[in-house]
Ligand binder design. Sequence first.
Ligand code: FE
Ligand code: FE
Length: 167
Amino acid sequence: MGFFSKDIQTLDDLFVHTLRDIYYAEKQIVEALPKMIEKATAPDLKAGFEKHLEETEGHVARVEKVFDMHGVEAKEVDCPAIDGILEEADEVSGEVEDKQVLDAALIASAQAVEHYEITRYGTLIAWAKQLGREDCASVLAQNLKEEEATDKKLSALAETRVNREAA
Ligand code: FE
Ligand code: FE
């Protein structure tokens, strides 16, 4: 299914397409997080990324469960949005030498990723409910809850210490 393909006609098609988009994104995040763990200096930031890598593996599994519940093939579609966010994260962090500034940059990049996920899950949950798939919505809501908690923890880390140390 491409961007301009006519394969998306119904809300159900759109739901499945977007599920495949977040499936791709979650898998890309599983690949990107180990690099971020390696680059992080603050032990609590490193630990936070490690925890979220584990959660992200769970997100992939939950999305697979939703494909199964909805009776469609678990497939990925390219998501240029998450590719761009991760690419930019890599570029910026590659340029920063100061460890404290690097931690601030990593948090900012990670929050861009979380916000992407939050917008996707918010939409998917609304569509699942509209399609009468409360069951799918509640599985997706478990992912959303962990993305939101991660985003809040990153904000707290940045605002209570990392930004000050970077300044
Ligand atoms: Fe996720
Ligand atoms: Fe996440």
